[in-house]
Ligand binder design. Structure first.
Ligand code: SAH
Ligand code: SF4
Length: 412
């Protein structure tokens, strides 16, 4: 199960792992999951274990609390549910966790997990990467929405992996539950009085849908998972602390604000269509103008709720002063933050990261125009957890390649 790669052997952060205080049940069987069902679906599911109609909503609320506030992965811990109902639930449904195939910890404290979900129905098992980034006063979980990606952004490692499939709402949420298990964010389920970790004391305070895959090509499952993650009687993450990043699936942008209500990030990366067509090929379908029009209409957009525009800094490709000026011109009138991301190299990538002075000059122009433009510090490069470096274990990198890429990352 849990292994820590050699990279973390001399790593002081490796000592800080807090494993879950509760025994974790790992998925193995082919039983349908209860994780990821909406409250209504959960209540309906109670019919399958013969709960009388009148009690179904009450049972669903009880289960919701156990699953998302207490984080249990075994029905036997649900002490206020009658024993025979627990046994019946266990016969019919699963609330178990995926297997943790790997856990790596960067020298900067970033953690990357590889989770394996068993085959359900006719499918094959899949492996998914999730990254945790601790920062001063907050901890951000970078969650995957697909295994691989159908899109082929030329600077992104995930884009070189074939799309395997969309993740289900259960699999998206399970990444959050597993991270909270590993980081000690759930109370001890074996003692019913185990104190619930208060929101301010939690390790996972923010979620970004910036792992593998294009979340808006898996809209329904992402929506379901995020609505559960933000449910006030459950995981209770504020929608202000959940950000969905898209490469620009224009027809789903309005719905993202309207039906999910989370924060939006756009992978812009270029200011002219001829450049963006190459870097982010979905641009050929929905060019910059259409994308920015959709942004202007994003529900709830205001100075207090801005859109983040992500811009990867690629040497001699998109990093000139003219590019910065054009970026400012394009975003005029949109409440925006600009996030400059130093390019993270991977083996075989055809780009280099812009020089530091170039990035700073670019940032200055954007700042002078009145936009906050933090330069995103690359995190977890040594364990290949930085933006755009994820690629699932179905095509896992050999150690030799990883070392080469780490060297390239350090040089950049
Ligand atoms: N598919 C979605 C979300 C996942 S990518 C999207 O494209 O928005 C999360 C962010 O990392 C995106 O802004 C993406 O463009 C950026 N990214 C991809 N590869 C990168 C790399 N090699 N270096 C830096 N950022 C990268
Ligand atoms: Fe897919 Fe996003 Fe990578 Fe583009 S940047 S290939 S959309 S994961």
């Amino acid at each position: 199960m849990a292994t820590t790669l050699d990279i973390a052997r001399d790593n002081p952060n490796a000592q800080t792992i807090v494993a879950s205080p509760q025994p974790i049940k790992v998925m193995s069987e082919d039983k349908p999951p209860l994780i990821g069902l909406s409250r209504e679906e959960l209540a309906e599911a109670m019919a399958l274990v013969d709960v009388p109609e009148k009690q179904r909503r009450m049972r669903a609320s009880q289960l919701w609390h156990w699953l998302y506030v207490r984080g249990v992965s075994d029905f036997s811990h649900m002490t206020n549910v009658a024993k025979d109902l627990r046994a019946r639930l266990d016969e019919v449904f699963s609330i178990a966790r995926p297997e943790m195939v790997d856990e790596q910890i960067s020298v900067d404290g970033t953690r990357k997990w590889l989770f394996r979900f068993p085959a359900r129905g006719a499918g094959r098992p899949v492996e998914v990467e999730t990254v945790y980034i601790p920062e001063e006063g907050r901890g951000t979980l970078c969650v995957s929405s697909q295994v691989g990606c159908t899109l082929t952004c030329t600077f992104c490692h995930t884009g070189t992996q074939k799309m395997v499939r969309n993740l289900t709402s259960e699999e998206i949420l399970a990444q959050v539950l597993m991270a909270r298990d590993r980081l000690g964010d759930f109370p001890d389920a074996t003692t019913p009085q185990g104190a619930i970790v208060p929101s301010e004391g939690r390790m996972v305070t923010n979620i970004v849908m910036m792992g593998m895959g294009e979340p808006l090509y898996n809209f329904e499952n992402v929506k379901k998972a995020l609505l559960i993650a933000s449910d006030g009687d459950g995981l209770s993450l504020s929608k202000r602390r959940i950000t969905l990043s898209t490469s620009g699936v224009v027809p789903e942008i309005f719905r993202t604000g309207d039906e999910i209500g989370c924060m939006l990030a756009i992978s812009l990366h270029a200011v002219r269509d001829e450049d963006r067509d190459i870097l982010v090929p979905i641009n050929k379908k929905w060019p910059i103008k259409e994308l920015l029009d959709a942004c202007r209409n994003y529900p709830g957009l205001s100075n207090a709720k801005r859109i983040t525009f992500e811009y990867v800094m690629l040497k001699d490709i998109n990093d000139s002063n003219q590019d910065a000026l054009e970026l400012v011109r394009l975003l005029k009138g949109i409440p925006a933050k600009i996030n400059l991301i130093p390019f993270n190299p991977w083996p075989g990538s055809q780009y280099a990261c812009s020089d530091w002075e170039r990035i700073e000059e670019f940032a200055d122009i954007v700042n002078r125009a009145g936009y906050a433009s933090p330069i995103r510090t690359p995190r977890g490069r040594d364990i290949f957890a930085a933006c755009g470096q994820l690629k699932s274990a179905s095509e896992r990198m050999r150690k030799k390649d990883r070392d080469a890429a780490t060297a390239a990352g350090t040089a950049a």
